[in-house]
Design a protein around this ligand. Structure first.
Ligand SMILES: NC(=O)NC(NC(N)=O)C(=O)[O-]
Length: 380
């Protein structure tokens, strides 16, 4: 069944049909228009260092599957000692206390604790029950908290930890993309996911905006002003055909071609581009343009421009790096002298192709540091 929920996001409930062969996603329930928050980074991305630090039960399938990249898969022939092999987090069936009371109590549930890879403001959640057709949870809830440092599961479970409810106990559907809009304007570090009374969830995605710790960035002094983990954002692009722009600001280097940003082959006389917001106003001193793994399809040339104060069509673009030849599968390094203070940059590539990473090493201006500090305080 499908019921309308908040923000026009469909709410799914009820079983999916038993798998009857063929395309395992043929009857998967998901909104055709996608989710209004799915363009945002996943704060629970393993590539940012997120992890499922604990769960009370993972009898059929391990909790870590919740954050695996990529789509959950289903092999109808795969069985192991514990039962059906499932690509998700799945707990055993709960039983009541006696023959007279064989069913779980109303409040019985399983839980998992998730540390976000980059703390931030959460705008939306996906509780994906793909392939859990008759063994998905009847309902789920999601809570969030902000605990500094690296708390243990025991510390997170302490009575004095304040949890904020993002999703109250809500019925979900089997083999469905159960999405929830979140309106809590707070910076969070950890989530607690509960499934009532038990069952399986394939993936958890936590879409939002990274809010870095200004004290850490100030202590660093010089850092990558564009890195997602530092609060940088890929805002818009001319093309996302093969892989998304956010890849260019992820940690580490690409190991495969699809781990960067690659546009389709242009058949006109135009060129592709990507626009970004820095963590805050800063001065860039060193630029890295990495075309790792793009050997026959690297961007041919690239230029970089910056503006101060606002994205969109306001403000003047200032050239930071003129149009420069790029080599395939190469880290290019450029030093900038006396670059102006900017809040946004634009990477233009000619005519098309791939860029794996863009790194903009520099420092926050005083105004940039003040902006970050104020936002950090405002978000509690
Ligand atoms: N057919 C099943 O999937 N059974 C059980 N689950 C697994 N993974 O075996 C269960 O109890 O939900």
């Amino acid at each position: 069944m499908t019921a309308a929920t908040t923000a026009g996001i469909p709410g799914y409930t009820g079983d999916a049909q038993p798998y009857g062969g063929g395309d395992t996603y043929a009857d998967y329930r998901a909104p055709e228009a996608g989710f209004p928050f799915a363009h945002l980074p996943d704060l629970a991305d393993r590539r940012l260092g997120a992890t499922v630090i604990a769960a009370n039960d993972e009898f059929f399938a391990e909790r870590e599957n919740l954050l695996k990249p990529g789509r959950p898969e289903f092999d109808p022939t795969a069985f192991a000692h514990k039962g059906k092999v499932m690509d998700g987090w799945e707990t055993r069936r709960r039983r009541g206390p006696s023959a007279e009371h064989p069913h779980p109590a109303p409040g019985d549930h399983d839980w998992a604790l998730v540390r976000l890879g980059a703390p931030g403001v959460i705008r939306g959640l996906l509780v994906d029950t793909a392939h859990f057709r008759g063994n998905y949870p009847q309902a789920v809830s999601v809570e969030a908290t902000a605990v500094p440092g690296t708390p243990s599961p025991e510390e997170l479970s302490a009575a004095d930890v304040k949890w904020t409810t993002l999703v109250p106990r809500t019925a979900v559907g089997g083999h469905a993309a159960n999405g929830f809009a979140v309106t809590e304007e707070r910076r969070f570090t950890h989530l607690r996911v509960r499934q009532f009374p038990d069952g399986g969830i394939a993936r958890l995605r936590v879409y939002g905006e990274v809010v870095p710790d200004p004290a850490w960035l100030t202590a660093l002094g010089t850092f990558d002003l564009l890195a997602l983990e530092n609060g940088g954002r890929a805002e818009d692009a001319s093309d996302r055909f093969f892989s998304p722009p956010v890849h260019t600001v992820l940690p580490g280097r690409s190991q495969k071609m699809d781990e960067g940003w690659e546009t389709r082959r242009r058949r006109d006389d135009g060129h592709d581009w990507l626009s970004y917001a820095l963590a805050a106003q800063g001065r860039i001193r060193a630029v890295e343009i990495d075309t790792a793994c793009y050997k026959g399809n690297s961007a041919g040339w690239a230029s970089l421009a910056g503006r101060d104060g606002g994205s969109g069509d306001s403000g003047e673009w200032t050239e930071l790096l003129p149009r420069t030849r790029l080599q395939p599968d190469t880290v290019h390094r450029f030093l900038l002298t006396d670059a102006p203070a900017v809040t946004h940059v634009r990477l233009d590539i000619f005519p098309d192709g791939g860029v794996a990473r863009l790194r903009l090493h520099g420092s926050l201006t005083d105004a940039g540091a003040r902006h970050l500090t104020a936002r950090y305080a405002e978000l509690g």
